[in-house]
Design a protein around this ligand. Structure first.
Ligand code: CUA
Length: 472
């Protein structure tokens, strides 16, 4: 193609017992390079080819890959040991056959383009850097040290930033131990993945001027078995420890204090069957196991005090009473959170938990029991106090956000509709459970919470009404 006048013609030796093979190639090459620029000889077996190889010194040898008369192994043997620059192509005419090219010379890209338009010019040689020449062991050692360092730092971060809330129950101890093990595992995995990735990105990045393709790696069965078995064993091991610890938190202590817990949209109530009363706040004596028997009034809720770690879904239906054991080990006030999306107020379905000494618990129980036996108006006063009614309704005639309760009962109320009503029990009950039903004149709607009907039992509401009556 771009050959100059003074260059000798290229010598091409074609070895094939099949005359069509030789003739076809002859025509093709002559067309490509021009009849004058190429000298072609055809031979029909290996012996002839080897003889010509010595004597004639061709530039290119094309061998019929499929021909039994041409022993390509013998031929390539001579090709490999020879010194004369030369190129050998093994050409297969089978349907699936390809072309194999052996090259014993260094070509410039321009020369390469000349030779039958080879698919790709040889790459300029890249001087290996010091890093590439160093043994792979060195990379493993450096990366290994980095993985260890990053793993330790990650672990220390995880344990010092305080991911876990205060540990306030005996059940929390084994659970936190499991967390610790997970912290170790995730720190190591995080370091292993990120360090190897970042190390490879930096150390094995493309060198300036290197346009070559990366090495083609087909896979490694040994590596794949290794990285399947290790995680499998790890996960199985963790599930084993997990189940052991779960069993550990369910000891079925016969001495446990039984408390019946009811969750509903959106409140928690606690009944102490031993003492026969119900409250809205959970009191637990410290260092004594409490057995909670939980059920739901409506949808699925989940009883969870993060400081106690253990958590139990609360299911609707009489037959779905779930049990949860908690042994509080720390005095203080905590909060029950609902850990299952249960509707609009789910996020606010919190309720206080008090862990108190046995003595304080006993006196609280006494108070609750005497309250249960007290006259309804006194009970109503305490309930109204606890339910927060008295922060908006005074009992001394002062006007606050809501109407005062002093003299409210049997008084005449002018409603926003202009209607005048007499305050009696039915009116008060509606005003508590559905406060927007009738808003008295001078008071804005939507101020009073709409959920007292759910927070308080009917008995408690009637106790409050009794109290309001007593303020007449
Ligand atoms: Cu109850 Cu969320």
């Amino acid at each position: 193609m771009n050959r100059t006048e003074n260059q000798p013609p290229r010598r091409v030796l074609i070895a094939s017992g099949n005359p069509l093979f030789g003739k076809g190639l002859h025509r093709l090459i002559a067309q490509r390079w021009g009849q004058a620029d190429v000298e072609i000889r055809l031979v029909v077996n290996t012996a002839e080819a080897l003889a010509l190889l010595e004597e004639w010194r061709p530039d290119l040898v094309i061998i019929d890959y499929d021909d039994v008369h041409v022993d390509r192994a013998e031929f390539l043997n001579v090709f490999v040991t020879g010194e004369q620059p030369m190129q050998v192509m093994l050409v297969s005419l089978q349907a699936s056959g390809g072309v194999v090219v052996y090259d014993r010379r260094t070509l410039t890209p321009a020369q390469a383009g000349d030779w039958l338009n080879l698919p790709r010019p040889p790459q300029p040689e890249i001087t290996p850097t010091r890093r590439e020449r160093s043994s792979p062991m060195r990379h493993f050692v450096i990366a290994g040290i980095l993985v260890a360092v990053v793993a330790v730092i990650t672990y220390l971060l995880l344990v010092t930033i305080g991911i876990l809330p205060e540990q306030a129950s005996a059940e929390a101890v084994p659970i936190d131990r499991l967390f610790e093990m997970h912290f170790v595992a995730v720190s190591f995995l995080f370091a292993l993945i990120t360090v190897l990735m970042v190390y490879s990105l930096i150390v094995f990045r493309r060198k300036r001027g290197d346009e070559s393709d990366g090495r083609h790696i087909k896979g490694s069965t040994r590596l794949e078995i290794f990285w399947t078995i290790i995680p499998l064993v790890t996960v199985l091991y963790f599930s084993y420890i997990g189940s052991v610890i779960l069993a550990d938190t369910q000891k079925n202590d016969p001495q446990a204090l039984v408390i019946e817990v009811v969750g509903g949209q959106w409140y928690w109530t606690y009944t102490y069957p031993d003492f026969n009363f119900t409250t809205n706040e959970l009191y637990l004596p410290v260092d004594r196991t409490a057995l909670l028997k939980l059920r739901s009034m409506d949808v699925i809720h989940s009883f969870w005090v993060p400081e106690f770690r253990v958590k139990q879904d609360v299911l609707p239906g009489e037959n779905f009473v779930r049990e949860l054991e908690i042994t509080p080990t720390r005095l203080g006030d905590f909060q029950v959170l609902c850990a299952e999306l249960c509707g609009l107020q789910h996020a606010y379905m919190v309720s206080p938990v008090h862990v108190v000494t046995q003595a304080d618990f006993d006196s609280w129980v006494d108070e609750q029991m005497s309250l249960a036996q007290a006259d309804p108006a006194t009970r109503g006063q305490i309930i109204a106090q606890n339910a927060g009614c008295l922060s908006c309704h005074s009992v001394d005639g002062t006007e606050r956000v809501g109407p005062t309760w002093l003299g409210l009962y049997e008084s005449e109320q002018v409603l926003q509709s202009g209607e005048t009503v007499e305050v009696e029990e039915g009116y008060l009950f509606t005003a508590i459970v559905d406060p927007n039903m009738h808003i008295p004149q001078g008071f804005p709607p939507n101020v009073m919470p709409q959920n007292y009907g759910e927070m308080l039992t009917n008995e408690q509401i009637f106790d409050i009404i009794e109290y309001i009556e007593s303020l007449r």
